[in-house]
Design a protein around this ligand. Structure first.
Ligand code: PLP
Length: 364
């Protein structure tokens, strides 16, 4: 079987280094928010190019805490997409705000900024821009809309660690950048973890209070906070993994080039690369006409695939009453029926990719 994602191969690659770091951590008597977390926050800020980073428990919390740090909550609206991980939307609701979901671009499957402009009301406080699949949204246009309408730009970078827009890393363009370090993400821990980036000192300080009961000093809450801490073992592992992130992203890019060069374009429409943006290929997504048939065929060929995402958030039972849509989401609804994600991860061998491509091209 060719796996769709395989984090255990990565663990194997770095196992010695990881075990050494875990052993070192076990002896420190500090297991949560200790020196490894501080080091990871420093490493991550340096990598992204922001002044500050705050480690949190996961990517969903990163978004909720970001919104709360900006005083966005009850009565406020946050614009984002329905074509995303449900986490993007669920976090907005957890912060108390109303998600306003808009349609996407047909070529890139990302937020359509012309739809953002139309969705802005006097309740709109922010846009959560999801850099889906590994590349940037149309940032220049979106920044201009945000500036003109005086609303904040928050980036959901959970699928694009290391990608750039015009030479600047994603997560350093908006007021805040939110990242998940779930095991299969480009920068993944061996459990749950997340991190937030910002250049604003006041926001940074507030996020640190929010992640731990509102404490500035122990046992006294300055504000109503959360428990969303990151532990030392995950941070120690991430301090190792971040050293190899660029190399691993390059491997993903090489695999993507094979798909782009050799897939039969008559059968598969590849999601386009945006100009001015590098792509770190968290996912490699193509559109197909006969998806059900293709999925059955690939199953027989023992090639695992994914669908990101099969159900738009606005059509899911758990969320449809909690969100608002603006305009028809027809591009979202159309594409969720024809997309498939092909295997892509740094350890996937070139030989295997060629085999996948041959099988795909033989599909009728
Ligand atoms: C993974 C992901 C999240 C959520 O991260 P968790 O760590 O699972 O909470 C949020 N947004 C996007 C776009 C994601 O891919």
């Amino acid at each position: 079987m060719i796996a769709f994602a395989n984090p255990s191969l990565k663990i194997k690659k770095y196992k010695k280094e990881i075990i050494r770091a875990v052993n070192r951590t076990l002896e420190t008597n500090s297991y949560i928010l200790g020196p490894e977390v501080k080091k990871f926050e420093k490493n991550f800020s340096k990598y992204i190019g922001t002044k500050y980073s705050v480690g949190v428990a996961n990517g969903t919390d990163a978004i909720e805490i970001s919104l709360r740090s900006l005083n966005i909550g009850i009565g406020d609206e946050v614009i984002t997409v329905s074509h995303t991980a449900v986490a993007s939307v669920s976090a907005i609701i957890s912060a108390g705000a109303k998600p306003v979901l808009v349609d996407i671009e047909n070529e890139y499957l990302q937020i359509d900024i012309s739809k953002v402009a139309k969705a802005i009301t006097n309740k709109t406080k922010a846009v959560l821009a999801v850099h889906l699949y590994g590349q940037s949204v149309e940032l220049d246009g979106l920044k201009k809309i945000c500036k003109d309408k005086k609303i904040l730009l928050i980036e959901d970078v959970s699928q694009a660690h290391g990608a750039k827009y015009k030479e600047k890393k994603l997560g350093s363009h908006g007021i805040i950048g939110c990242f998940s370090c779930y095991p299969t993400k480009n920068l993944g821990a061996l459990g749950d973890a997340g991190i937030i980036t910002t250049n604003n000192k006041k926001i940074y300080k507030k996020m640190k209070l929010l992640r731990e009961y509102g404490w500035k000093t122990k046992f006294y809450s300055e504000i109503h906070g959360r428990n969303s801490r990151i532990d030392e073992i995950q941070a120690a592992i991430l301090n190792i993994k971040i050293k190899y992130l660029d190399k691993e992203n390059k491997n993903r890019e090489d695999i993507a080039s094979l798909y782009k060069n050799f897939l039969d374009k008559k059968k598969f429409t590849i999601v386009k690369n945006r100009q001015n943006s590098s792509h770190v290929y968290h996912l490699f997504v193509v559109k197909v006409k006969k998806r059900k048939k293709l999925l059955d065929y690939l199953k027989k060929k023992k090639i695992a695939t994914g669908i990101h995402y099969p159900y738009p958030v606005h059509l899911q039972k758990g969320y449809k009453k909690l969100i608002k849509t603006n305009g028809a989401l027809s591009i979202t609804e159309k594409n969720c029926k024809n997309i498939i994600s092909l295997p892509i991860y740094p350890e996937l061998k070139k030989k295997t990719v060629i085999k996948i491509i041959q099988n795909l091209n033989n599909f009728n």
